[in-house]
Design a protein around this ligand. Structure first.
Ligand code: NDP
Length: 285
C-alpha cells in the first residue's frame, strides 16, 4: 500500500465570543471543493489566554489563524512581521505562518473593496461616506483610500475615534478625509457617491434597528453597502433599497476576506462561488 498522509493542515479563528462566527463554513466549503485536507477550527480564546493560544498555534504547526474580537490589536505583540495594511490599520484579522514566522495581515478592508469590484462599482476618484470608525470602518476606510477614493467623510458618535481615523487616512494615503460628528439624525453629505454602514447597528439580534441617518438623502442608484452580514439584508439596506439605492450586502465582504485568507494560507486560488453559496445557504437555513 502506498504511504498515505493522514495529517490535516490546520487553520482557524481565535475570538471571544466566537460561537456565532460563520467563517468556518465558508473556509471548509472551499477546502472541500479544492480537494485540500485542511480543517478550520473555531476556538473560544479568552483575552488572558491569547499568549498561550499563539504559542499553541506555533506548537501545533497551524498554518494560520483569523483573529476576531477582542484579539485583533493585542495579537500584534506575538507576531514576527506585519503587512503594510495591518501596520497602517493597527489591527490584524489574519495570521499566516510562513518559513517559521508569523505574519499579520488585515483582509477586512481588502475583502470589502473586492466586493465593490465584483459589483462593478469603481472607487477611483469617488467620495465615500463611512458610518462608524471602529475596527471594520478603519480597515474599509484605509483600503478604499488606497484603492483610489478621492475623499472619505467619516461620521461617528465618538469624536476621538472619528478624528483618529481621519488622521490615519490623511497620514498614510493620498485621499482627503473629513470627520463629521454624529449627534441625533445624521445628514448624508451632498457630495456622497458611495455610502457604507460600518457600524454594528442592525446586527442580529437587534434586527429592527438601523443607523440614525436621513434616509431621504440617499439618491436613487447610489451604491449603499453594509458590513453587517447577519441578517444578510439588514433594515439599513432595505430602507436604502426603498430609496432606489444599489445595495451591496456584507456577505460579499465576508466571502472575499475569507477567499483572500484561503489564498494566503494555501497558495491555491479560492473557489469563491462555492464559498459564497455555502455562506448564503447558512443564512437562509
Ligand atoms: P467596533 O466595536 O470596533 O466598532 C463599532 C462601531 O459602531 C463604532 O464606530 C461605534 O461608534 C459604532 N456604533 C455602535 N453603536 C452605534 C449606534 N447605536 N449608533 C451609531 N454608531 C454606533 O466593531 P467592528 O468595527 O469590529 O464591527 C462592526 C461591524 O462590522 C460588526 O457588525 C461586525 O460583525 C461587522 N464586520 C463585518 C465583516 C464582514 O466581513 N462583513 C468583517 C468585520 C466586521 P462609536 O465609536 O461612537 O462607539
Amino acid at each position: 500500500m502506498a504511504e498515505k498522509n493522514y495529517r490535516a493542515e490546520l487553520v482557524g479563528v481565535f475570538g471571544d465570543p466566537v460561537d456565532g462566527n460563520p467563517t468556518g463554513v465558508l473556509e471548509e466549503a472551499g477546502f472541500a471543493a479544492a480537494g485540500l485536507n485542511w480543517r478550520y477550527l473555531t476556538c473560544r480564546v479568552a483575552v488572558e489566554d491569547l499568549a498561550d493560544a499563539m504559542r499553541g498555534m506555533r506548537a501545533l504547526g497551524m498554518r494560520g489563524v483569523n483573529l476576531t474580537m477582542p484579539h485583533k490589536v493585542e495579537v500584534i505583540q506575538y507576531l514576527d512581521e506585519l503587512s503594510e495594511a495591518a501596520r497602517i490599520i493597527g489591527a490584524v484579522n489574519t495570521v499566516i505562518a510562513r518559513d517559521g514566522k508569523l505574519i499579520g495581515e488585515n483582509t477586512d478592508g481588502k475583502g470589502f473593496v473586492r466586493s465593490l469590484t465584483d459589483e462593478g462599482i469603481p472607487l477611483s476618484g469617488k467620495t465615500v461616506t463611512l458610518l462608524g470608525a471602529g475596527g471594520a470602518a478603519k480597515a474599509i476606510g484605509v483600503e478604499c483610500a488606497l484603492a483610489g477614493a478621492r475623499k472619505l467623510n467619516i461620521i461617528n458618535r465618538n469624536a476621538a475615534r472619528g478624528t483618529e481615523l481621519v488622521e490615519t487616512i490623511s497620514k498614510h494615503t493620498p485621499a482627503e478625509a473629513v470627520y463629521l460628528p454624529w449627534a441625533g439624525t445624521a445628514a448624508i453629505p451632498a457630495d456622497t457617491e458611495i455610502l457604507i454602514n460600518a457600524t454594528c447597528v442592525g446586527l442580529h439580534p437587534s434586527v429592527d434597528e438601523c443607523p440614525d441617518i436621513r434616509y431621504e438623502d440617499i439618491a436613487p442608484g447610489m451604491p449603499v453597502c453594509d458590513v453587517v452580514f447577519n441578517p444578510a439584508m439588514p433594515l439599513f439596506l432595505r430602507k436604502a433599497a426603498a430609496r432606489g439605492a444599489r445595495v451591496v450586502t456584507g456577505l460579499g465582504m465576508l466571502t472575499n476576506q475569507g477567499a483572500l485568507n484561503f489564498e494566503l494560507w494555501t497558495g491555491v486560488k479560492a473557489p469563491r462561488e462555492v464559498m459564497y453559496e455555502a455562506l448564503k445557504k447558512e443564512f437562509e437555513d
